[in-house]
Write a protein that binds this ligand. Structure first.
Ligand code: WTA
Length: 682
């Protein structure tokens, strides 16, 4: 299924100088290692495991599993018999065995330019041990769940690793979620403790996080689930002399505007607890399949699923994907712009980089604040070499053209990455040629909260890239494309993307609901893990994610992917972003309703509309001609930047009841779109 030879045409190659230092410097090497990872996983992963510390070694096979619901319960077990501690592997191993105590783990860059801190591996270890002792003193034990609701601060990493050190299970809730969502997640995972902060700024907007946390805890009490204690970090309200363990006192951190309520029965002050805590804490040695963390992801029923990851397999998988996909080198400065509240932040801000002893930027702010060139200012300031962001951010910045990018040199950059949604070839090209000036490979990494780490991805020095394709499987991953009847398709084809066998980092269950795990991922096509994404394989064997299957449209019996139509629209120079949803049609079954956001300076009129229809017809075919096109100055998005298609579908259908829109970044957008919706076709 991997082609014998890399294609010669229409591809982008890695520059020679990067190949010289690369771990996987050629397509041949990738193929050789890939085959080894599939044919002999024990040997492949066994060699990688040697880099890590195991209190006891595993016995038996590297992976044991059942992936077929018709043969009994689904299970995946990796390295049974081994015991370890991930926090020990991320910190103690780097500080003591590798002598990296003075290496910077994080360059923290606050929302305001100039607000900055650094933390070394040695300092991080001390603070994690202290906080682990704080958790223990509050009665938190191995296996207990701790909910974390914090902004992008170093203490968030400290809190998560302190849980890991004592074998507690963290459940991080993105700080952009509502109190209702936090309450729902606390109760679902039965958390005994909350760790939160007073507040933070997103751009010039002050968020009183404590108020939301208080509301959530009140809702929990009302539902008969009282959380006894809440540890509150005074991130904004602390005075400079209260700052613990920093090298330079931060500026502008005192915040007179923040009203801080304090419940003496529940709230405990982070700094006060830390002051009395010892910085020595023996790690809890955990079994390979002990739970590591729970992270909620949305489900088709509306109720979020608590995706559960476990210890050994997740560690090996995120450490290896980070090392190879970003081709990590000791002098790198890496920056992933995601929030730790999402899986990308878990795997590729905390676990993957720290497992490799990497130095990373941890950014609290927004790409657009105080201006459109903030990202590139940060890249130059820290001489970032490897940069990882989302297509939505790229498309948003593209709207402002190349000038804000070119204000900075970006000359340190070596590898660029994207994640989270299909990247349209036009955005890919802009990222590659404007941001990377044609000298940085772009790794389009396809994966999910459920997969733990990258499953389809280029390797920067090995894989010839095609803009918009996530290319080939990572080591240990075996993809297939199925048709509606569940038959595996060979060669160039399009259908459901599935995986045929587990890899070390795949999720193990839905917390508290193994039945839902089996139903969601394994029942549709027995014997396979079903991603829920549509996928096309081209004549060169490249995989192209076409979008969620639930975003597929059937127009006059033709299956169309919304991503495909969107990509065609976005190729028009007047369009910055597009979102396509289905609207029921009496004859065709479904019709295409397209929302388009224009680039700065473009005007919406009948000529443009006609041009857009023509463009899509020309790119895909007459079956994909948009039935409705609406000018959308803004699109409804979650705070992580995902377009909320469910809301757009309602607008397209003229339905007023939008359902739960608490995860929307800006709900005003919805009213405006609804008011201006199209009622008749062109
Ligand atoms: C989509 C994010 C195309 C996909 C890590 C997947 C992508 C969902 C890509 C998971 C990509 C993620 N190309 N689509 N490179 N990366 N997706 O759980 O639909 O937040 O199923 O994990 O994002 O989103 P999640």
């Amino acid at each position: 299924m991997i082609p014998d030879k890399a294609p010669k045409e229409d591809v982008f190659h890695c520059p020679e100088n990067l190949k010289k230092e690369s771990h996987i410097p050629s397509f041949e090497k990738y193929k050789e290692e890939y085959i080894r990872s599939i044919e002999n996983p024990d040997e492949f992963w066994g060699a990688i495991a040697k880099d890590f510390f195991w209190k006891t070694k595993h016995t038996g096979r590297f992976l044991e599993y059942n992936f077929d619901v018709t043969k009994g319960e689904i299970f995946i077990k990796c390295m049974e018999g081994a015991t370890t501690n991930i926090c020990y592997n991320l910190l103690d191993r780097n500080v003591h065995d590798k002598k990296l105590g003075d290496r910077i783990a994080f360059f923290w860059e606050g929302n305001e330019p100039g607000d900055e801190l650094t933390v070394t591996y040695g300092e991080l270890l001390q603070r994690v041990c202290q906080f682990a002792n704080v958790l223990k003193s509050l009665g938190v034990k191995k296996g207990d769940r701790v909910s974390i609701y914090m902004p992008m601060v170093v203490e968030l990493v400290v809190a998560m690793l302190a849980c890991v050190r004592i074998g507690a299970v963290h459940s991080i809730v993105f700080a952009g979620f509502s109190s209702e969502s936090l309450c729902e997640r606390i109760i679902d995972s039965q958390c005994s403790l909350l760790v939160t902060a007073d507040g933070f700024y997103r751009g010039d907007k002050l968020i009183n996080l404590k108020l939301l946390a208080d509301e959530a805890l009140q809702k929990c009490r009302d539902k008969g689930f009282p959380v006894k204690k809440s540890i509150v970090l005074k991130h904004l309200s602390k005075e400079p002399e209260e700052v613990v363990g920093s090298q330079s006192p931060p500026a502008k951190r005192s915040c007179p505007d923040l009203e801080l309520s304090w419940n003496l029965d529940v709230d405990l002050c982070w700094d006060a607890l830390m002051k009395g805590a010892s910085d020595q804490c023996e790690p809890e040695w955990c079994e390979s399949e002990d739970p590591l963390f729970i992270l909620y992801t949305s489900g088709s029923t509306g109720k979020p699923k608590g995706v559960l990851h476990t210890v050994s397999g997740y560690l090996l998988f995120v450490a290896t994907t980070f090392k190879l996909v970003f081709d990590h080198q000791p002098d790198d400065v890496y920056w992933c712009t995601a929030d730790i509240g999402w899986i990308t932040g878990h795997s590729y801000i905390t676990y993957g980089p720290l497992a490799n002893g990497a130095s990373s930027v941890l950014f609290e702010g927004l790409p657009t604040y105080p201006d459109m060139s903030r990202m590139w200012a940060i890249v130059d300031k820290y001489r970032v070499t490897k940069f990882y962001t989302a297509p939505t951010a790229i498309r948003m910045l593209m709207k402002y053209g190349s000038e804000p990018v070119q204000r900075y040199t970006r000359k340190s950059l070596k590898v660029l990455g994207t994640v989270g949604e299909p990247i349209n070839p036009e955005a890919w090209q802009w990222y590659y040629s404007v941001v990377g000036e044609g000298r940085c490979p772009v790794v389009d990494t396809f994966w999910q909260t459920e997969t733990g780490g990258h499953v389809l991805t280029p390797l920067p020095a090995a894989t010839p890239m095609k803009p918009g394709s996530a290319t080939f499987p990572f080591f240990g991953v075996v993809p297939a494309i199925l048709n509606d009847s569940g038959e595996e398709l060979e060669g160039p084809s399009e259908g459901y993307l599935v995986f045929k066998q587990p890899w070390p980092g795949v999720m193990r269950t839905v917390y508290g609901n193994h039945e839902r795990f089996e139903t969601t991922y394994f029942r549709k096509f027995p014997g396979y893990y079903v991603t829920g994404d549509g996928c096309r394989r081209d004549e060169d064997g490249y995989y192209w994610i076409t979008g969620r299957i639930d975003d597929m449209l059937n127009v006059s019996g033709h299956l169309l992917s919304t991503a495909e139509v969107e990509s065609a629209l976005v190729e028009h120079k007047a369009v910055a972003e597009a979102a396509v949803v289905s609207r029921p049609h009496p004859v065709k079954g479904e019709s295409l309703y397209c929302f388009v956001t224009l680039t700065d300076g473009a005007t919406y009129n009948a000529t443009l509309e006609a041009e857009l229809r023509k463009q899509v017809r020309e790119k895909i075919g007459a079956i994909a001609t948009p039935d409705y096109i609406q000018n959308a100055p803004g699109l409804p998005k979650t705070r992580s930047g995902k377009i909320m298609r469910r809301v757009l579908r309602k607008i397209a259908c003229g339905e007023k009841d939008m359902g739960d829109i608490s995860t929307l970044a800006d709900s005003g957008v919805v009213d405006e779109l609804y008011r201006n919706r199209c009622c008749t076709t062109a």
